[in-house]
Every structure is written in structure tokens, then in C-alpha cells.
Design a protein around this ligand. Structure first.
Ligand code: GDP
Length: 175
């Protein structure tokens, strides 16, 4: 059995659902008032990838540090994949995605100098009051080097496992 250790970052504006996403994926729960304990750096999830491969995921949520204009390099160190998340009901959280992607590309890269695999998640798709169209998301995703984008609802458990599987697949492809 081969085991991979993958450090994955989750970035994006505050309140888009990053902590809830990690909590849902790792603990299988959605709790309205959940906040990761301050001081905890990452959550771990073991994934059986195939008959011969296991993946140990380290999920790093920036947990309240979004107020800093850019994240510390330590946070990015050794990261092999990234999720940029926004809230479909908040156009400002979408408009800030280039900032998060640029910050990532400036601070984390593969040994060959390429960008680390990154997917864009449009969260809270359970809510009716959309502020960003699928067409705009698709254009942005293609123009900014995302492997793909997906709509998610952490609340309704939509596309959470799928998004993580897709990201892990992209990461293993470039290892
Ligand atoms: P973070 O600041 O990006 O870590 O965001 P949180 O995980 O703290 O979530 C912010 C708020 O959005 C909380 O009240 C969550 O319960 C709520 N939330 C997160 N994901 C969803 C979702 O998919 N749908 C809805 N309706 N609310 C969500």
C-alpha cells in the first residue's frame, strides 16, 4: 500500500464557508455555528484512493486570517493543492478570487516551477439569491488556470466529496 501525504489549502474571503467545508468533509457534519478552534492549523482525513493507494489529506483552513492582505509563506509551504472558495450570493467574494489565486501562485509552486493544482468552488448554491452567473464563473475559471470549478453546498452536502476527489486526482497527476 502506498500512502501519499497531501497538504491542501483552502483560501477565500471570510464567511464563504471554508471552515464549514473542512468540518463537513472531515467530520461529516454541518453545524451552523461551527468555527475551527483558533490555533489548530489543519484537519486530517484519510482517503482510500485505490486498492493500492491511500491518501492522507492535511486540510489547511486560513481560519479567520482573511483580514491579512496576504497570507504568510509558512501557510503555503509544502502545499500540493488548493481550493479557492467564494459564496455565489456574494459578488465581492467572487471579485476577490483573483487576489487569492495570485497570492497562491506567488507563494506556492511545484518543484518544476508550475502552479499547484487549484479548483474554484462556488459555495452556498442552495441559496436562491445568486449574485454570480455560471457563465462568468466558467470564464474566470478558464482564464485563471483553475483545473475546474464546481458548485457546492456544504449545507446540503452537495459536491463536497466530488470536489475533493477531483482535486486529489489533479494533484496525483502532477506528482
Ligand atoms: P469561513 O469564514 O469561510 O470559514 O465560513 P464559515 O464556514 O464560518 O461559514 C460562514 C457562514 O456560512 C456560516 O453561518 C455557515 O453556516 C454558512 N454556510 C457555509 N456553507 C454554506 C452553504 O453551503 N449554504 C448555506 N446556506 N450556508 C452556508
Amino acid at each position: 500500500m502506498t500512502e501519499y501525504l497531501l497538504k491542501i489549502l483552502i483560501v477565500g474571503d471570510g464567511n464563504v464557508g471554508k471552515s464549514s467545508f473542512v468540518h463537513r468533509y472531515v467530520n461529516g457534519q454541518f453545524s451552523k455555528n461551527y468555527k475551527m478552534t483558533v490555533g489548530v492549523d489543519f484537519s486530517v482525513k484519510l482517503l482510500k484512493w485505490s486498492e493500492k493507494e491511500k491518501v492522507r489529506l492535511q486540510l489547511w483552513d486560513i481560519a479567520g486570517q482573511e483580514r491579512f492582505i496576504s497570507m504568510t509563506r509558512i501557510y503555503y509551504k509544502g502545499a500540493l493543492g488548493c481550493i479557492v472558495m467564494f459564496d455565489v450570493t456574494s459578488s465581492s467574494s467572487f471579485l476577490n478570487c483573483p487576489h487569492w489565486k495570485n497570492d497562491l501562485d506567488n507563494k506556492a509552486m511545484l518543484p518544476n516551477g508550475n502552479s499547484i493544482p487549484c479548483i474554484l468552488l462556488a459555495n452556498k448554491c442552495d441559496l436562491a439569491q445568486r449574485a454570480v452567473s455560471a457563465e462568468n464563473i466558467d470564464k474566470f475559471s478558464k482564464a485563471n488556470g483553475f483545473a475546474t470549478w464546481m458548485e457546492t453546498s456544504v449545507k446540503e452536502n452537495k459536491n463536497i466529496e466530488e470536489a475533493m476527489r477531483r482535486l486529489v486526482k489533479e494533484i496525483l497527476l502532477v506528482q
